[in-house]
Design a protein around this ligand. Structure first.
Ligand code: BDR
Ligand code: CA
Length: 303
């Protein structure tokens, strides 16, 4: 039986690859996609999501629009490449009439809730709102697997990773909820960069989803090369791959708290990495990914 998942996205090039992988890999059943602000305002992330769903052969999967801003602070500024409309044809699809938060509550209280992994790969505003409205979700969501945070160095500031900095209060609500969490942070995603070789192999798979993913990965590579001088990253796809193949990522249980106040450290995922502080763990934190196996999961899903 494929593993049921709900993906919560702020599409974004790497979110798009994550959607295509989750929607097409035989090991997963993508039940629904919920959308949040993050890489761009909600109007853009929703439009990008609908484009990817239609062009990528996933028009049958419902999409729900969610939070348009963080719980407390203003949206953080983003790079133009993050916030652009993706180079994917416009879609005629529409979001479902229900708000994403209402959908998440109804779904997780329903018959399939306890068997469906929730996967936020953007800011965690939708789930934070859902948990505040319906605390019984803590007993219903079997696991959250999220692309979030870093236990070493951030990518927006030296302390903070983008998805957490984009709504630190929401991340704290989620990380302190008691729901089992797998955190796929920057230490994992940076171990699985994509190069032109991966793009070439993906494109050669020939399916529409592979060709869209290949073009979007090349776009990530171009940006990373120009700005950071390294290969591209498809952060969110690493989290999806970790659900497809649980042995792909090695994790370690850690206590992770979100810094909400620091002048230089707001949005940091403060982790008891050594375990010396003997704080009870609330997350399985990814520390290593098998890179070649990750690429294979990608090819298998997009083929
Ligand atoms: C995360 O930030 C976003 O820009 C990407 O989509 C990814 O989810 C990486 O820090
Ligand atoms: Ca994202």
């Amino acid at each position: 039986m494929p593993q049921k998942v709900i993906l919560d996205v702020d599409t974004g090039g790497d979110d798009a690859v994550a959607i295509l992988l989750a929607g097409h890999h035989p090991a997963l059943e993508l039940v629904a996609v919920t959308v949040t602000h993050g890489n761009a305002p909600l109007s853009v992330t929703l439009d990008n999501t609908l484009r990817v769903m239609q062009a990528g052969g996933l028009a049958h999967i419902p999409v729900y629009a969610g939070a348009h801003s963080p719980l407390i602070g203003p949206p953080i500024p983003t790079h133009r490449y993050q916030s652009e409309t993706l180079p994917v044809p416009p879609s005629t699809l529409r979001a479902q009439p229900k708000h994403a938060v209402e959908f998440l509550i109804a779904y997780y209280l329903g018959p399939h809730g306890t068997e469906t992994i929730y996967m936020p790969v953007g800011p965690q505003t939708n789930m934070a709102l859902a948990l505040r409205l319906e605390p019984r979700l803590v007993q219903r969501i079997p696991r959250i697997v999220t692309m979030a945070g870093a236990y070493q160095e951030g990518n927006v500031t030296p302390s903070a990773e983008f998805n957490v900095l984009a709504d630190p209060e929401a991340a704290q609500v989620v990380f302190s909820s008691g729901i089992p969490i797998t955190m796929i942070g920057l230490e994992v995603t940076s171990q699985a960069p994509v190069s032109e070789e991966v793009v070439k192999k993906t494109f050669a798979l020939g399916t529409p989803q592979a060709q869209i993913a290949a073009r979007l990965m090349q776009r990530e590579i171009d940006w990373f090369r120009e700005h950071l001088g390294v290969d591209g990253q498809i952060f969110d796809a690493c989290a999806v791959a970790a659900v497809i193949d649980p042995a792909l990522v090695e994790t370690r249980p850690m206590r992770v708290c979100i810094e909400l106040q620091g002048q230089w450290t707001r949005g940091r995922t403060v982790a008891d990495v050594s375990g010396h502080h003997r704080q009870p763990a609330n997350a399985d934190v990814g520390i290593h990914i098998d890179r070649e196996r990750f690429y294979q999961v990608l090819y298998d899903g997009l083929a």
